[in-house]
Design a protein around this ligand. Sequence first.
Ligand SMILES: C[S@@+](CC[C@H](N)C(=O)[O-])C[C@H]1O[C@@H](n2cnc3c(N)ncnc32)[C@H](O)[C@@H]1O
Length: 473
Amino acid sequence: MDSPSSTRKPRRGDRLEGMILRYDRRGLAHGSSGDYTFSLRTGVPGDRLGFQVHKRRRHHLDGRSAELIEEGAARVQAPCRHSESCGGCAFQSCDYGVQLEQKHLLVSEALSAAGLTDLPEVEAVLGCENPWRYRNKMEFTFGNRRWVAPHEPEGVDADFAVGLHAPGLYLKVIDLAECHIVFEQGEAILGTARELAREQQLPLWDIREHVGFLRHLVLRHGVHTGEVMVNVVTSEENCALFEPFARGLLEAHPEITTLIQSINEGVADVAVGEREIVLHGPGYIEEELLGLRFRISARSFFQTNTLQAERLFEIVREEAALNGDEVVYDLYSGAGTIALMVAPAVREVLAFEQVADAVADARLNAERNEVRNVRFFEGDVLTEIDATLAPDSVLARPDVVLVDPPRAGLHPKMVGKLLELAPERLVYVSCNLHNGAQDIAHLIEGGYRIQRIRPVDLFPHTPHVECVVTLTR
Ligand SMILES: C[S@@+](CC[C@H](N)C(=O)[O-])C[C@H]1O[C@@H](n2cnc3c(N)ncnc32)[C@H](O)[C@@H]1O
């Protein structure tokens, strides 16, 4: 490895040193080294690192094979042995307070990248009281192509893994012996699933050849109810293979309140099935949020950090500033959480969601919580909203709209529909402000103004940050 002379440009293989300054929205650590900026998959703001140049693009270098020269003040001991290889929590070597400051910067960057200036101050990111064991849902992958660490001896067993995909390596799965963000019983169930799959010699899915039996292990937990769902995604039903595996899980974990086998015969690497077979329990779990009880089935979206979702929904309720007489639209309503939470404070809520199971859960949730002023509409929100906009529609127009779209943000046509709906107040909940900020920029062009920007951390140790942006007309 060469060090570049002061006159020539750095080349692949050169070794340089530099200081990490910040994280980016993909979780990469960025720093500066002389006239160049660089990015690495590792490092904590404040660290001084040596690295090898992998690629040069103008004044930016992609680095590899980093080596810590001097620890920064923000560096902490990562509790997980997989922290350097697993992409699940890229920031776990960084002090949690510094993570929150970094997320604050990411929010500001996303807003300015969308051309949004002259805004109210971005408020401090509301952090978690406990940033560990916060995930009430985890999707693990079974795979026959294990990611092998550079220090492992040659010939190591590389055809068996249950865990998460290695970052940037879609084909490889890290065999996770521990995971500190999943709920506690979840980690133990992961271990049992691994042992049983080995003992029973169950074929693990080959993501390239599309053969094998076990595909995904999806775990869900009701934090306030203690209920646990295990959903095993397999490539076919095959009772002879599945029953002993299911029995083993239930015997080892009496805390499992429902066990589902989902059959995914397709090639797409998704942890849902075309068909579900309930082998134990009711096929769903229940969770409580801010005093309401929710039924959650395998396909329903539900916020993955229960305690922090409660903080998020309190903020949404505050920002909606309801006085008891409004018509509220909840767009992208999932299992009805936000709709049911605001219902007691308004005249009526109209909620829109496309996943049929989520809408079924939502209707049941309304009934069981004795909420009678919410109507749920099933279908693509874009088409469903058209019905409310039709001149002969009997549906009331909204005073307040709450939108909580998926990571991609709003469909481009949806912004136009929101402008036609023209609510006085619009609360945009974004789980990916990089996309959300573009939507917000269009809403501002259409006559809205931002009132408040309140980020909430639902995903410690990852680059993700949720943000509630309140707009008024
Ligand atoms: C981020 S989740 C929000 C769910 C809910 N607000 C909550 O907090 O539990 C986004 C939801 O949008 C739904 N969705 C995605 N695209 C949609 C579309 N085109 N029309 C209606 N719903 C959609 C998803 O199924 C998911 O339930």
